[in-house]
Design a protein around this ligand. Structure first.
Ligand code: ADP
Ligand code: MG
Length: 155
C-alpha cells in the first residue's frame, strides 16, 4: 500500500488514523533515513492511541526505548545507536514485542533479521515537504490493518 503526505501535519494524521485502528500486540517496523518522518508518524500513532499530550513523543535515539501509556501502551524503540542484537535483548525487547501494547521500531532495518513484525512502514523523502509511504504486511493481522487503513485513512 502506498500513499504520500505533504507536510508533517498530514503525516501525523496518517499516523493517528493508523493508531486508532491498531490492535493489542501489534509490532510495526518503521524505516526511512534521518528526517524522513518516522518520529512524526509515531507522534500521530500516539494520538490515535490516546496517549496524553503531556508526554511529547520524541525519538528515543539515546534511550532506545520510550513507553507512553494510552488506550494501548506504545513501546517506541529507536535502534539508530544499537550496534548488537544482544543490546536489544538486554532492553527486554521480546517481552515488549510479545506484550499487549503497540511496538513501533524506528530504524528497524538495522535489525531486520531478528525482528518479527506484522507490518512495516517505509518512508522516503521525495521533496522538502513530500513523503512517500510504503506499507507492507507480513501476516494476516498486518493485512487486515492495511485493508482497514486503505478504507479509512487514505483520501
Ligand atoms: N510530509 C512530511 N512528513 C513528515 N515530516 C515532514 C514532512 N515534510 C516535512 N517534514 C519534516 O521532516 C522532519 C521529520 O523529522 P522526524 O519525524 O524526526 O524524522 P525521523 O524520525 O525519520 O528522523 C521534521 O522536521 C518535519 O517537520
Ligand atoms: Mg526519529
Amino acid at each position: 500500500m502506498e500513499t504520500t503526505t505533504s507536510g508533517p501535519e498530514e503525516t501525523r494524521s496518517l499516523g493517528k488514523c493508523f493508531g486508532e485502528l491498531a490492535l493489542a500486540g501489534l509490532v510495526v517496523l518503521l524505516n526511512g533515513d534521518l528526517g524522513a518522518g518516522k518520529t512524526c508518524f509515531a507522534q500521530g500513532v500516539a494520538m490515535g492511541l490516546e496517549v496524553s499530550a503531556e508526554t511529547p513523543v520524541t525519538s528515543p535515539t539515546y534511550t532506545l526505548l520510550n513507553i507512553h501509556l494510552g488506550r494501548l501502551a506504545l513501546y517506541h524503540f529507536d535502534l539508530y545507536r544499537l550496534s548488537q542484537v544482544d543490546d536489544l535483548a538486554d532492553l527486554g525487547y521480546d517481552e515488549f514485542a510479545e506484550g499487549e501494547g503497540l511496538t513501533l521500531v524506528e530504524w528497524a532495518d538495522r535489525m531486520t533479521d531478528v525482528l518479527s513484525a506484522s507490518l512495516s512502514v517505509s518512508i522516503e523523502r521525495v521533496d522538502e515537504d513530500i513523503r512517500q509511504f510504503h506499507f507492507e504486511a507480513f501476516d494476516d493481522r498486518g493485512r487486515e490493518i492495511l485493508d482497514k487503513m486503505s478504507r479509512h485513512c487514505l483520501s
